[in-house]
Design a protein around this ligand. Structure first.
Ligand SMILES: Cc1cc2nc3c(=O)[nH]c(=O)nc-3n(C[C@H](O)[C@H](O)[C@H](O)COP(=O)(O)O)c2cc1C
Length: 390
């Protein structure tokens, strides 16, 4: 009898079912086809973009008078005040969204015109009202004149099609990496994605840099993991049961750490029964991140010459292309943002990493580890209608 009760409880708590869970629906490659409006179709792809803590901090307002136009705003209810007080990462996450939308528009036969911050940039602190008033971008979709031979067109530009399909495969991989450092050829393909003179893409493969970056990034994780406010914020966005994933459809899950199948169900089942303290969660996270950071053969940074909101959005656009292309080349990526975060407990490490790897006045916007890895499952996504606003 006890055994039967256990099985029933397990099935209920893990949400065992043969149908695809709601939080995975947006990952279906035909998800966008249920909508008639091309603006909604392309925005459906934007939902799959990477975002800080998987907050998906986007609001889209469709222009009621011009059916080619929509505006993108930051969702000011989805900020990370403890780990990202100036909302720098949240702003980078606007860029990842816009670039994913641009690639989708291109694939669906539209050119995307985009004006960033058409009413001016929001400020760096206490800018919630400004975020609500000032759009990040005004986007216009223009139908391309159909070419006579679309098949030929695809052959002329295979990368265009490949990056599009990669939107549905790309994932932030939080497992241990293996294999050799990136080759010169691989790095030069990725370097060619950067056409922004204000942004620098830099790779690190040499032993001295690896040692410094590993030590700094592990120290950064330690600070976040042992500081109550920051670890509690990360814990708040940790979805450790099927119920939470289905309800919130955002946040970080154990799936990106490589758990799947029955193992995943068992871990989620016990996390649900015995919730963890922030200290315990921080401890487990620090151990796994230390292993993961030490396993990575290559690191990369995106460094900018200024730190304007526009530059932050452009960083996100470059990061989006960078990760899609890397994914296509079989290279896994995980951002390691802790040392780049701007709260008092992190200040010393923030300065140290900038002293070591940036010039005066430059900002390290993105720091990632790279390598080969086993596949992991996707993270949840919200319903498209949740990001549409009247
Ligand atoms: C600006 C930015 C910062 C990020 N920082 C981290 C990080 O420090 N650690 C991490 O594991 N993932 C980081 N990520 C990855 C997100 O957590 C990830 O994109 C999100 O959880 C969605 O998962 P997905 O990329 O697999 O779709 C970051 C992403 C962005 C855009």
């Amino acid at each position: 009898m006890n055994k039967l009760l256990f099985i029933v409880a397990f099935a209920l708590l893990t949400g065992c079912s043969s149908t695809i869970p709601n939080y995975y629906e947006p990952w279906q490659s035909d998800y966008h086809k249920q909508f008639n409006d091309i603006r909604i179709q392309v925005v459906a792809h934007g939902l799959l973009a990477p975002s800080a803590h998987n907050t998906q901090p986007w609001i889209v307002k469709l222009d009621k008078d011009n059916y080619d136009v929509f505006e993108l705003y930051v969702d000011s209810e989805r900020l990370l005040p403890e780990t990202d007080p100036p909302s720098r990462q949240i702003t980078i996450s606007q860029g990842t969204f816009l670039e994913t939308v641009r690639i989708a528009a291109d694939q669906l036969g539209y050119s995307m015109g985009m004006e960033l911050f058409p009413k001016g940039e929001y400020g760096t602190s206490d800018s919630i009202q400004e975020m609500q008033d000032l759009p990040v971008a005004r986007v216009t979709l223009l139908r391309n004149i159909p070419k006579e031979e679309p098949v030929l067109m695809q052959m002329e530009n295979p990368q265009k099609v490949d990056l599009y399909s990669e939107i549905f495969h790309r994932v932030t991989n939080r497992t241990a990496y293996y294999g050799n450092p990136l080759t010169d050829d691989e790095m030069s393909v990725l370097l060619s994605l950067n056409n922004n003179p204000n942004l620098l893409l830099v790779f690190f493969n040499d032993a001295a840099s690896l040692e410094k970056i590993r030590s700094l990034t592990i120290s950064g994780v330690k600070v976040e993991a042992t500081t109550e406010q920051t670890m509690s914020e990360t814990k708040r966005l940790f979805r450790d049961s099927e119920k939470e994933k289905k309800e919130h459809r955002d946040g970080i899950t154990v799936m990106s750490g490589g758990l799947k199948g029955m193992k995943l169900q068992i871990v989620q089942f016990f996390s649900n029964l015995f919730p963890m303290s922030w200290e315990k969660m921080g401890d487990i996270w620090l151990k796994s991140e230390t292993r993961n950071i030490n396993s990575a053969p290559t690191f990369a940074m995106i460094i900018s010459n200024d730190n304007s909101r526009k530059t932050q959005v452009e960083t996100g656009m470059l990061y989006s292309r960078f990760q899609l292309k890397a994914s296509q080349m079989g290279i896994s990526i995980q951002p390691l943002s802790q040392v780049l975060q701007e709260y008092p407990e992190m200040a010393e490490l923030y300065q140290q990493v900038h002293r070591e790897f940036a010039e005066d006045g430059q900002t390290i916007q993105i720091l990632v580890r790279m390598g080969r890895a086993e596949d992991v499952l996707h993270s949840p996504r919200r319903d498209l209608t949740d990001i549409l606003s009247n």
